[in-house]
Design a protein around this ligand. Structure first.
Ligand code: GLN
Length: 221
C-alpha cells in the first residue's frame, strides 16, 4: 500500500504523521519531488502559509504539488494547509501563492487577534459519534464556497471577541447561517481550519485515510 505523505517543509509535521499512523496508514515526510511521486495522498499541515508558500518555491515543490493536486491526488490541508488549498486568500501577503485546489475564499487569521487560540466541540458531517474537540490556532475561516464544495462543519458560536475583531465580517457571534465554515470537502480535497492532529482523536485522519483508499472512485460531487 503506498504511503500518505506529509508536506514537511514547515509546520506540525510529526503530529500529522503520528495521527495518520493512528488511523492505520503509513506516513512519510515529503520534502522533494521524488518523495511526492511515491505517495497516494498528501497532508499539508498547519504552520504559516506565507512561509510555506515561499519554501515550496525555494524547494522547487510548488509546481510538482500543484500538478499532482490538479491530477486528483487526495489532499488534506489543516489551518495553513487549508489556506494553501484555496483559490482565493484574504488578508494574505501579496506574494503568497496557493494551489487553488478548492474553489473557496479563505480569510487568514480570521478569528481575530483577541482569540489567537481556542477550542470548541463541533459536529463534523461524515464523522459519527461524539462531537469533535476542535483546536483553533490563528485559524482561517471560509467565506465563500464554490460549486462542488460540501460544508462539513461550522463553528456555531465564535468565541467572545472573535466576530468583533474580524475585519469586515459585519456578522454577530457565529456569523451567518449557523456559524463560520471551518471544514469542507471537494472531491478528493479535505480542509479544516482547526488542528485535529494535536488531539488524540484520530477520526478526521481516519476520514482522510478512507478518502485515499477510495480515491479511484473519482470526485464525490
Ligand atoms: N495563521 C496561519 C497562516 O496564515 C495559520 C495558522 C496555523 O496553521 N495554525 O498561515
Amino acid at each position: 500500500v503506498p504511503p500518505i505523505g506529509v508536506l514537511a517543509l514547515q509546520g506540525d509535521v510529526v503530529d500529522h504523521m503520528r495521527a495518520l499512523e493512528a488511523a492505520g496508514a503509513r506516513a512519510v515526510p515529503v520534502r522533494r519531488a521524488s518523495e511526492l511521486d511515491a505517495v497516494a495522498g498528501l497532508v499539508i499541515p498547519g504552520g504559516e502559509s506565507t512561509t510555506m508558500s515561499k519554501l515550496l518555491e525555494i524547494f522547487d515543490l510548488f509546481e510538482p504539488v500543484k500538478k499532482r493536486l490538479d491530477a486528483g491526488l487526495p489532499v488534506f490541508g489543516s489551518c495553513a494547509g487549508m489556506i494553501m488549498l484555496a483559490d482565493e486568500v484574504l488578508d494574505g501577503r501579496p506574494d503568497q501563492r496557493s494551489f487553488g485546489a478548492i474553489p473557496m475564499t479563505v480569510r487568514r487569521n480570521a478569528f481575530g487577534r483577541q482569540v489567537d487560540s481556542f477550542e470548541t466541540e463541533i459536529a463534523i458531517d461524515g464523522i459519527a459519534g461524539d462531537p469533535f474537540r476542535a483546536v483553533f490556532i490563528r485559524a482561517p475561516w471560509v467565506e465563500r464556497v464554490g460549486e462542488g464544495v460540501r460544508v462539513l462543519a461550522r463553528v456555531a458560536g465564535a468565541p467572545d471577541g472573535a466576530a468583533a475583531s474580524a475585519s469586515g465580517s459585519g456578522a454577530g457571534s457565529g456569523g451567518e447561517q449557523g456559524g463560520r465554515i471551518v471544514a469542507v470537502r471537494a472531491g478528493a480535497c479535505l480542509a479544516t481550519s482547526f488542528h485535529p492532529e494535536v488531539t488524540s482523536d484520530a477520526r478526521v485522519h481516519e476520514y482522510f485515510v478512507d478518502m485515499v483508499r477510495g480515491a479511484d472512485a473519482g470526485p464525490v460531487e
